[in-house]
Design a protein around this ligand. Structure first.
Ligand code: CO
Length: 210
């Protein structure tokens, strides 16, 4: 376990390392950010956005919450998406879930979880949307894994439903939306190969906002 004091020692070491590679590292960093990626992931402490991607400061705009959810009335995630798309003009938006997700596990549990109920309801809704496929999986572990994947997929579709993404894509050909799962046992990132343009066309019958 990292102690509270150790964090500040580590920080001093990190500063020294960055300055060893480039004396003006922080001067440049302070000027502006120009990330090509928006990463929307789970708050889980084991899934460390930039670290697992090998991304440097300034390269990834990050939003994290329990279960990597993209909820249309969540002003937080919607503000992040709008700013990333319209101002930062990111090229890629990634929704990244992970196996063994506590949020997804909780949504598979028949129990009152207080304030978490309305949040986790969004994952229960994903289950309901895909219940035929999920009920056909006899192994509970495999069903859990599949719900993690389907949740990423549905949240990626929620990103595509936004006016910001639809409008920006028509004008610039960006951003492209991706779905990833991090396999927590191996650390491997799995690209779920969501066909962005196909999904965009698919939802526009109902969700077109341009
Ligand atoms: Co999680």
């Amino acid at each position: 376990m990292i102690t509270y004091e150790k964090i500040f020692e580590n920080n001093a070491q990190w500063i020294a390392e960055k300055q060893a590679t480039d004396v003006n590292f922080f001067e440049k960093l302070a000027k502006e950010q120009n990330p090509d990626y928006l990463y929307i992931g789970c708050s889980d402490s084991r899934v460390t956005a930039e670290d697992m991607m090998g991304a440097a400061p300034g390269e990834v705009f990050v939003h994290r919450n329990i279960g990597n959810l993209v909820v249309s009335i969540d002003l937080n995630v919607m503000s992040v998406i709008n700013y990333a798309v319209k101002v930062l003009q990111v090229k890629h938006i990634i929704v990244c879930g992970h196996y063994n997700c506590g949020g997804v596990k909780a949504a598979l549990t028949q129990q009152d979880m207080g304030i978490l109920n309305p949040w986790l309801r969004n994952i229960r809704d994903v289950f309901r949307l895909h219940k035929e496929e999920l009920h056909a999986i006899p192994d509970p572990k495999k069903q859990f894994d599949r719900l993690v994947e389907l949740n990423v997929r549905e949240q990626a579709i929620n990103v595509i439903k936004t006016a910001a993404v639809q409008q920006q894509f028509i004008h610039t050909g960006y951003p492209v939306v991706h779905g990833w799962v991090m396999d927590i046992k191996s650390g491997r990132l799995i690209d779920l190969q969501i066909d962005f343009e196909k999904e965009l066309k698919g939802i526009q019958e109902i969700y077109r906002l341009v």
